[in-house]
Design a binder for this molecule. Structure first.
Ligand SMILES: Cc1cc2nc3c(=O)[nH]c(=O)nc-3n(C[C@H](O)[C@H](O)[C@H](O)COP(=O)(O)OP(=O)(O)OC[C@H]3O[C@@H](n4cnc5c(N)ncnc54)[C@H](O)[C@@H]3O)c2cc1C
Length: 647
């Protein structure tokens, strides 16, 4: 049955669009969860035990047990290399990464459950790749809804559709939609598998005293307070960030004068898995509406309400249900969650303050348009953990954390800029701005160039860290901007010498990885080059990946020779569709060096072992360190060789 009745059905599909119909539901409401407090804003109110009226139908918040820790015994306060405050997505990812890199870590959270109510939905391809590296990408993809395509509507017609991942040869889709509480449950389960990670529920940080070589914390628990020392404190305590307040620090920016109603609706709908965005639809005149599918037949609807809307009134069922019926028509649905929010775009001036490091929402906040909050926070974790682990092993200077801070501050600026532009387009602030927007939308229906100007929430992409002091500038010419120093590596399908298919990005990370493109039918010279690079990297350093352009009878013997030289220090792959070489603009001999977070830090047409070591040393140095500019002291080179070692 087509969607061409009334309400949501006011949409005329674009030519070729397939809009499939509902299952013939009759409008009804049985039970709803209504968020408290009245204006549940982008700044969450902490996560108190779930009140009965906030219980959802498809999810019951788990209650994680508080356990008294050995650190609570009377006596001298215990000292830990890293303490993370906050077990949201960012704190959990940071801790998982640290523990996987051999660094013991304690996570303190004031609550004893995962996120309460409906928050993040969309996780970008880059986040899924990071989660893969952390050992939990697959359950997120399996539990969630993968999507690549979206559509933009103006009033009663489709203006255009887009595909965020039009090419094949990537393990992960452009996005997976999954309720934040499911993501957090998966992360908590992964954390529980790591012996070096202690997760302490109902441990509220109440005081923080920074010192030159660490931080002393006061922690409140059901058994009373205790003190802890940390060499480094990672703050991931969310947008309100009590730790930021305790230290008298600020996050500055802009509050947007608009309100949005989130309604999570439980309904069975045979509808394409796409992001749909309406400007001025017939069922919600003058405002915008966003529709996303989540797991368990839950659909997220975001209604723009305008600044004058009263949040308390708007979240009442008598207001919410008519809005939904206008949109959904006679379909049967149940409300899963309702809240009204405003949002801010802001960040701290600096993310590192001595031994205290701010990450995620505590450090920066964006509007939800474009899904940049959790995605960018997880990228903070990705870029931080390997550096912190290296500093703690004495393999990198503490000032390497300043390089991290600058990378992530620049990424936050990019996210805030994109998010602010989306917000300005979606909610024009003047009649002129609205006229421009509407004209752009009208044009976009017929003229592809105008589509680039339409901004219905330009979706999260990872920052390319162009200005990072960790990059070694290109000295050779490459026609592959996607693999320039600072960019996260592209993905591609490969095969093992035995023919087993694998994905490139699932083979790398957590240490330095050197990608080396070997010549066809010349295993001897490939072997010589690979062996020289394997030798150059210290025994506990990175891994060389020799990539052959096609299945090669000599691949297995090349793998054996490399393995014999240094077990585990080299792998051999077949570029089964030629995509990795194409995406890197590679020729025989081309080498690309990846940091432990899979970002490119250097590339050469012909890699010399000394140049590789120099590039690694640059990643171990601070922003203005001599080693970073001049190519690295011998000590830095030695140190760097071990920076990405697995325990
Ligand atoms: C409506 C909405 C939609 C969104 N959609 C998306 C989306 O689609 N994609 C996306 O990427 N992002 C989205 N976001 C943003 C995303 O929810 C946040 O960016 C993300 O939760 C930030 O994670 P975090 O770990 O930094 O902080 P939080 O998730 O807020 O976690 C902070 C943790 O710290 C704990 N804590 C606080 N104080 C203390 C203390 N004193 N002691 C100990 N523990 C403490 C809290 O209990 C909490 O567990 C959305 C947000 C909203 C509100």
């Amino acid at each position: 049955m087509p969607w061409d009745h009334t309400r949501l059905n006011h949409i005329a599909p674009a030519p070729g669009a397939s809009l499939r119909g509902p299952d013939g539901f009759a409008g009804s409401l049985t039970r709803a969860s209504f968020a408290s407090p009245a204006d549940s804003s982008m700044i969450p109110d902490g996560r108190a035990p779930v009140p009965p009226e906030s219980q959802m139908k498809t999810f019951t918040n788990p209650v994680f047990a508080y356990r008294r820790s050995a650190d609570q015994r009377p006596g001298e306060a215990a000292r830990h290399p890293v303490v993370v405050v906050g077990a949201g997505p960012v704190g959990l990812c940071t801790a998982i990464d640290l523990a996987m890199q051999g660094t013991p870590v304690v996570v303190l959270d004031d609550d004893q459950t995962v996120s309460v109510g409906s928050r993040a939905v969309c996780y970008a391809k880059r986040t899924l790749e990071i989660l893969d590296r952390l050992g939990c990408g697959q359950p997120v993809v399996e539990r969630g809804i993968s999507w690549n395509r979206g559509r933009v509507f103006l009033r009663d017609r489709e203006v255009y559709g887009f595909d965020l991942l039009p090419e094949s040869g990537h393990a992960r889709p452009a996005f997976v939609n999954l309720q934040q509480y499911h993501l957090e449950e998966i992360l908590v389960a992964r954390a529980g598998q790591l012996p070096l990670l202690q997760l302490r529920w109902r441990n509220r940080v109440t005081a923080v005293e920074p010192q030159a070589d660490g931080v002393t914390l006061q922690v409140d628990t059901p058994d009373g307070p205790y003190a802890l020392h940390a060499d480094w404190l990672v703050v991931a305590d969310g947008a309100r960030s009590p730790v930021r307040h305790l230290l008298g620090l600020e996050s500055r920016g802009q509050v947007f004068q608009d309100r949005f109603l989130i309604a999570d609706v439980l309904m069975k709908l045979d509808h394409p898995t796409e992001r749909w965005f309406w400007f001025d639809p017939p069922f919600h005149r003058g405002q915008s509406v966003l529709l996303h599918r989540q797991a368990d037949n839950v659909w997220r609807v975001d209604f723009q309400l305008g600044w004058d809307a009263d949040p308390e009134t708007e979240r009442q069922p008598e207001r919410v249900l008519p809005r939904l019926r206008q949109m959904l028509g006679d379909r049967e649905f149940e409300l899963e969650w309702v809240s009204v929010y405003t949002f801010q775009c802001r960040r701290m001036d600096r993310f590192r303050h001595g031994r205290v490091i701010f990450t995620g929402d505590a450090a920066h906040q964006v509007s939800p348009f474009g899904a940049r909050g959790a995605n960018s926070g997880i990228q903070d974790a990705d870029a931080l953990a390997w550096r912190l682990a290296a500093v703690l092993r004495g393999r990198a200077e503490p000032s390497v954390i300043d390089v991290w801070s600058r990378e992530r501050e620049a990424a936050a600026d990019e996210n805030i800029l994109n998010s602010t532009r989306s917000t300005d387009f979606i909610t024009p602030k003047s009649d002129v701005a609205r006229a421009f927007r509407d004209a752009t939308l009208e044009l976009a229906e017929h003229l592809p160039f105008a589509r680039r100007l339409v901004n219905s929430g330009r979706l999260s992409t990872p920052a390319t860290l162009d200005a990072s002091a960790a990059n070694t500038a290109d000295t050779d010419a490459f026609a592959a901007p996607a693999m320039r120093p600072g960019a996260p590596s592209v993905d591609a399908p490969l095969a093992s010498p035995a023919g087993e298919p694998v994905w490139w990005l699932q083979q790398v990370g957590g240490r330095f990885d050197l990608l080396l493109f070997a010549a066809a039918d010349d295993a001897a010279s490939s072997a010589a080059q690979a062996l020289a690079l394997v030798d150059a990297l210290a025994p506990d350093g990175g891994v060389v990946h020799a990539v052959l352009p096609a299945p090669d009878p000599q691949a297995a013997s090349l793998a054996d020779r490399l393995e014999a030289r240094r077990p585990g220090a080299a792998r051999v792959w077949i570029d089964r569709e030629g995509l990795l070489a194409r995406r890197c603009d590679a020729r025989p001999g081309t080498a690309v060096l990846l940091r432990p977070d899979q970002h490119v830090c250097a590339r050469w047409r012909l890699a010399q072992p000394a140049a590789v070591l120099e590039a690694i040393a640059r990643c171990a140095a601070g922003p203005g360190a001599e080693g970073a500019d001049s190519g690295g002291s011998a000590a830095a080179v030695r140190a760097a060789a071990a920076i990405g070692a697995h325990p």
